[in-house]
Design a protein. Structure first.
Length: 131
């Protein structure tokens, strides 16, 4: 997989993670486990795409004067925070004293990641190539 393909995959995966997370809130305490499995699988897919995305990130970090670097670095931090707090919530680990605080951090980081993904993607549009 190339960095360009990883970017496009992440452009689909991050909003899908947000949509499945939002669907779990809409379902409430009902039959939420199928959506939770999809949400977890999508989160793992983000982790799987990291090696290919890291190539793009390293290349971008060489040009620190480029506009939008703060947005890009903030997006990376938000995604890492969402992944860590999601795993911590499942594991029952501490983040703020109680499990709901971990979930609140996860949701906040996820919402921030979606907003920053849209801003990041808007700045770095993919040009169509002739094949």
């Amino acid at each position: 997989m190339k960095g360009r393909e990883a970017n496009l995959a992440l452009l689909v995966v991050v909003p899908l993670a947000a949509a499945t997370g939002f669907a779990m809130f809409l379902l409430g305490s009902g039959p939420v486990w199928p959506v939770a499995l999809v949400h977890g699988a999508v989160g793992l897919l983000v982790v799987v795409l990291v090696p290919w995305k890291s190539v793009v990130v390293r290349r971008g970090l060489r040009r620190l004067r480029r506009p939008g670097v703060f947005t890009s670095l903030s997006l990376g931090a938000a995604v890492v925070l969402a992944l860590v707090t999601g795993i911590a919530h499942i594991d029952g680990a501490w983040a703020g004293g109680a499990s709901p605080a971990t979930l609140q951090l996860h949701v906040g980081a996820g919402i921030l990641a979606v907003v920053l993904t849209l801003a990041h993607a808007r700045r770095r549009r993919v040009r169509a190539r002739r094949t």
